[in-house]
Ligand binder design. Structure first.
Ligand SMILES: Nc1ncnc2c1ncn2[C@@H]1O[C@H](COP(=O)(O)OP(=O)(O)OP(=O)(O)O)[C@@H](O)[C@H]1O
Length: 548
């Protein structure tokens, strides 16, 4: 099919004037050929759903089966297809037996009306589902089998859900003639390898083509706030919300246009506590988690979607159910469980492509457990047990530990936040320049960046400049809140002192080091890990590189 004809279909069904990006178009063209399997791997908001919905609609006489692990994600897609008057059916664990019989009956009748069937992953092993597949293949009525949201399996690779994917693998083996479309958000090499092996998809471009878009989302700004004094974070968070949501929303008219935010919390209890605290501070917020009654859950979600609530405090899985394009702020209240979980959860921000903020609030307590001593203890535990079950449990705890420890590295390291993601997902190395707290220190940092620092030093003279920096630092100390950005800014400035003095003026350099050490000594922030690679102590090219 040529580009122009494809565009006509896109406009007809979805009223979009063009493809969201070239990769979306290329994936659609390849899927339309129906002669290979396809893996689509896009970050949030890049239009991966379209990659299979449009080809399925073009082959209107046949039908498509879409398998998704999360019911909420299924319902989002089903509702939007139904609003386009496309006949769509859903089977999940919640579907009653009589409803299932009705749907399977229609799908196997000559007068089949249904065009899309959405099922949860757990339906794959059922005999009714296998019989349906067999019938559709024999009667040449099936265009595609789609397995979407496969990145959700990431956390389940070593767990229960794995079995459902093995059942899917059996079906893939049996029905090789049907193109399988495997769709995932940004996925690490481990996830893609797992999907290939469990679904028997070879790493061979003749039989399976992969389309992926790098994980870097330049509209998202990442930072980390370290709070080591109990209780001051709530006012700090309130200030952040006021700055990025409330003030922006004052200029907007209707509730539904208003930008909103999500706060990911570790447990249901934490969501409730935080909501109480923020409500007392005048913030419009509700808790959204699996512990709520179904009616309350859907009412909270509905009110949030309509803009009545400005924020939701969510647990991980519930937060991922939300599909809202204008989320301007995603906060993590505590250490996220893994780098990939953090990437997906924070990726709920800015799906409309406009700037959005992603911030982690962290206490020292939250990260102190993830130290080398505990790591060796957990590693040793695997060897000290005998039964398979005990080994599995120990290995699982070790894995959970490693994920968190890696996330701790993300928070406390000096690496560009976006680059950390790129390396984690195996993308090409990139520099964000000014889209995270680490990099913005270098470009337009708190103190105006390198050239501004040099200029100011020249204008003010070294001593005044040092005094100014110290007083700025004490101001931050007074508020009991020192962000990683602040700590790094200070180190950066000290770095500039050293460079400016160029070791010709040893007295001034000494003053700089003394000032630096004094600042670090009174600091609440655990800068041990930062200072070990601090540009002040190690001013060579390697460390310079780490800052970007
Ligand atoms: N060609 C297009 N032109 C304009 N908008 C598009 C196009 N294709 C998809 N979109 C829109 O982009 C948004 C994101 O698409 P989609 O729902 O497929 O997201 P996604 O990539 O699956 O990410 P996520 O599910 O994480 O939000 C949707 O609002 C969709 O309608």
């Amino acid at each position: 099919m040529d580009d122009e004809s494809l565009l006509k279909y896109l406009r007809h069904y979805f009223h979009h004037s063009d493809f969201k990006n070239e990769t979306q178009k290329d994936a659609i063209l390849t899927i339309l050929k129906r002669n290979t399997d396809v893996i689509v791997s896009f970050p949030s908001g890049y239009g991966r759903t379209m990659c299979y919905q449009l080809p399925s609609l073009i082959y209107l006489k046949r039908m498509t089966i879409v398998i998704i692990p999360l019911v909420a994600r299924i319902m989002d897609q089903v509702n939007s297809l139904k609003s386009m008057e496309i006949h769509t059916e859903v089977i999940t664990t919640l579907t009653t037996t009589s409803e299932k019989m009705r749907i399977y009956g229609d799908l196997q009748s000559e007068l089949r009306k249904c065009h899309f069937l959405y099922v949860t992953t757990d339906q794959a092993p059922t005999s009714a589902f296998k019989q349906l597949l067999s019938h559709l293949v024999q009667t040449n009525n099936l265009s595609y089998i789609v397995v979407d949201e496969t990145h959700c399996e990431n956390q389940w690779i070593y767990g229960q859900k794995n079995n459902d994917y093995h059942s899917l693998g059996m079906l893939r083996k049996k029905y090789k003639e049907i193109p399988w479309i495997v769709v995932t958000a940004t996925a690490g090499v481990d996830v893609v390898d797992f999907l290939r092996s469990v679904l028997y998809i070879k790493d061979d471009p003749k039989t399976c083509v992969r389309f992926s878009i790098p994980c870097y989302r330049p509209n998202l700004f990442y930072d980390v706030v370290q709070d080591n004094t109990n209780g001051v974070s709530v006012p700090h968070l309130k200030k952040f919300i006021d700055e990025y949501l409330t003030e922006e929303n004052l200029s907007l008219g209707s509730d539904s246009e208003r930008s909103s935010g999500l706060i990911f919390c570790k447990t249901r209890e934490v969501t409730e506590h935080l909501v109480k605290d923020l409500k007392q501070n005048g913030i419009s917020i509700a808790a959204y988690h699996a512990g709520l009654e179904e009616a309350d859950r859907s009412s909270v979600k509905d009110l949030f979607m309509k803009g009545h609530y400005q924020l939701l405090a969510v647990t991980s899985i519930s937060g991922m159910e939300i599909k809202k394009a204008n989320i301007r702020l995603v906060v993590h209240w505590g250490l996220p469980s893994s780098v990939s979980a953090y990437y997906y959860e924070s990726g709920q921000a800015g799906k409309d492509g406009n700037p959005a903020r992603c911030r982690i609030y962290l206490t020292k307590r939250a990260t102190s457990y993830y130290n080398p001593k505990n790591e060796s203890m957990l590693a040793a535990a695997i060897n000290s047990v005998d039964s398979i079950e005990q080994i599995q449990n120990s290995a699982k705890s070790f894995l959970v530990f490693l994920h968190s420890r890696y996330m701790k590295d993300f928070c406390e390291g000096l690496k560009c936040r976006h680059r950390f993601f790129s390396e984690y997902f195996g993308d090409e190395r990139m520099e964000c320049i000014d889209k995270c707290d680490i990099c913005s220190i270098v470009s337009h940092g708190f103190y105006g960046g390198r050239s501004a620092i040099r200029l100011e030093m020249l204008q003010m003279g070294m001593n005044t400049y040092i005094k100014n920096i110290c007083s700025k630092y004490h101001e931050l100390q007074k508020n009991n809140m020192l962000t990683t950005t602040d700590a790094l800014n200070i180190m950066k400035v000290c770095d500039e002192f050293v460079k400016a003095n160029n070791s010709n003026n040893s007295e001034a350099t000494l003053t700089t080091f003394n000032a630096y050490e004094k600042m670090m000594k009174v600091s609440n922030v655990d800068v041990e890990s930062l200072s070990s690679s601090s540009p002040v102590k190690n001013n060579d090219k390697k460390d310079e590189d780490q800052l970007h």
